[in-house]
Design a protein around this ligand. Structure first.
Ligand code: G16
Length: 513
């Protein structure tokens, strides 16, 4: 694989979750190398370690990608996304590096440190060499954690910047912190039953095996799709959420809790079987479960201000459920970075995308107020939820803990509300940048006239809602639709998908269900 960029190569953009694309078309090598340069320059600018994760998460195994992490584990700040894009597209790389060093006032004597991680894709190992080459070129060192989940990389990047010495940085820190937090919360419980985790044939199987072993006295964690099949193929959180069905290899039984993580283990969805019927508990449900718990425990008199951050993909029934309880909700654009940012406006910000990506942020004021008001149980929960980024395993333990604390079964959780029938479709068009949106992605402003026609279609079904947006991780336009019945939902989604296909230069076959 070449790590150099041929002049005139098609331009790329740092998107929803960094850069993503095919791993075999000769582009990913230079993209990852230059992301190594970006991460190193960012580290030199801040005088702190940054993180670099090689993964294409939920995408198929043939793809790969890369994302840069800020020192405290957050996503890269917006102005540096622009610099990452410029560095990656530059014909003259050295000139572009010099430009960033000058504009960002990076000292020539500074040296950076980049914490490097990768997922299990066949292309990831070689790409980590590309990253290292870039990091060295940008006058920095790298610390290679090898194969890790995305949240592990974020967490250990946070840890090193909070004072953990380099030579003490290892995954045991991560496992111990979350295991101990779970054991503390459940110290008075017996065995909590069985959870079967679909690992998407990805890196989640390593984390899953560790938690299964460390928590065997409290919960029976069984792993499926643990490396015996193709990554994300007919399995994983994205497959289960989009298809609203069980992954391959799962012979579902009543009375067992099931969940799926995605290819880099930063998303989680739950499901179970009752009377032969499949029930999905997605990111909206996880947010509602945790928000319900917080509201019950905080009570009316608490000074702690909490709220839930969602995106346009949140099922309308979940937003109505939260509003009926008087819980504040905010809607942002897709992308964890947007939700994370909005969640910081609350003392406790619960943020989840419907696809299962999210976490719960507790700020310093929340911790102080919880201590003052004597909420030791919620303080324990704060330690169980990964504060840096959405983490499938930390979220799974948080769900298990909250169900236990509320004395709820998975069926009690499912009974919170009934989802409105919904469907997510993908439409391939010539240039997805032709689709322009605003209003937290709920209104399409280009191509001209598309939104008016979409509104007319929505008006033909009861309780209709639909929006379209270009994916930031795949070369497709996403179409979301909701309606009062499954039949109306299908009718609306297919009509909107065809509208996009016709008005935005659709490619290949016309969309169908
Ligand atoms: C990434 C982002 C998520 C986003 C998802 C899909 O997830 O981190 O915030 O919801 O992509 O984004 P889009 O609709 O723009 O393709 P992951 O799990 O793939 O890293």
């Amino acid at each position: 694989m070449s790590f150099e960029r041929a002049p005139g190569t098609k331009q790329v953009k740092y998107g929803t979750a960094g850069f993503r694309g095919p791993a075999d078309d000769g582009q990913m090598g230079f993209i990852v190398k230059r992301s190594g340069i970006t991460a190193a320059l960012r580290s030199r600018k801040l005088g702190k370690a940054t993180g670099l994760m090689i993964t294409a998460s939920h995408n198929p195994v043939r793809d790969n990608g890369v994302k840069v992490t800020e020192p405290l584990g957050e996503m890269l700040v917006p102005n540096w996304e622009g610099l990452a894009t410029d560095l990656t597209n530059a014909d003259d790389l050295n000139a572009e590096i010099a430009k960033v060093i000058k504009s960002e006032e990076i000292s020539s004597s500074s040296e950076g440190l980049v914490i490097l991680g990768r997922d299990t894709r066949p292309s990831s190992a070689e790409l980590s060499f590309a990253a290292t080459e870039g990091i060295i070129q940008a006058q920095s060192r790298s610390l290679n954690l090898g194969v890790v989940t995305t949240p592990q990389l974020h967490y250990l990047t946070y840890k090193i910047n909070k004072g953990t010495p380099v030579f003490n940085l290892n995954l045991d820190l991560y496992y111990s912190d979350f295991t101990n937090a779970f054991l503390e919360i459940t110290k008075n419980s017996g065995n909590l039953g069985s959870v079967e985790v679909d690992c998407a044939n990805g890196v989640g199987l390593l984390a899953g095996a560790q938690f299964a072993k460390r928590l065997e006295s409290k919960v029976n964690i069984k792993l499926t799709n643990a490396g015996d099949g193709l990554l994300n193929h007919d399995c994983g959180a994205d497959f289960v959420k989009t298809g609203q069905r069980a992954p391959v290899g799962s012979e579902m039984k009543e009375g067992v809790r099931y969940c799926s993580v995605d290819g880099d283990a930063d998303r989680l969805v739950y499901y179970f079987l009752r009377a032969g019927k499949f029930f999905l508990l997605d990111g909206d449900r996880i947010a509602c479960l945790i928000a319900t718990y917080l509201q019950k425990r905080l009570g009316k008199d608490s000074s702690v201000n909490f709220g839930v951050v969602q995106t346009a993909y949140a099922n309308g029934a979940s937003t109505n459920y939260l509003s009926a309880l008087g819980i504040k909700t905010v809607c942002t654009k897709t992308g964890v970075k947007h939700l994370h940012h909005a969640a910081l406006d609350f003392d406790i910000g619960v943020y989840f995308e419907a696809n299962g990506h999210g976490t719960v942020l507790f700020n310093d004021s929340a911790i102080a107020k919880l201590e003052k008001e004597g909420h030791s149980e919620i303080l324990a929960l704060a330690k169980l939820v990964n504060q840096t980024v959405g983490d499938a395993f930390s979220d799974m333990l948080a769900v298990e803990a909250v169900l236990y604390l509320l004395n709820w079964s998975i069926e009690d959780w499912a009974a919170m509300y009934s989802d409105y029938p919904n469907r997510l479709m993908k439409v391939k068009i010539a240039n997805r940048a032709d689709i322009q949106v605003t209003n937290a992605e709920r209104t399409c402003i280009a191509p001209a006239g598309l939104q008016d026609k979409l509104n007319s279609l929505v008006a033909t079904v009861a309780n209709g809602r639909s929006f379209v947006r270009a994916s930031g991780t795949e070369d497709v336009v996403r179409v979301y639709a909701e309606a009062n019945t499954a039949e109306n939902c299908d009718k609306l989604s297919i009509a909107v998908a065809n509208l996009v296909f016709d008005m935005a230069d659709g490619q290949g076959d016309k969309p169908s269900l």
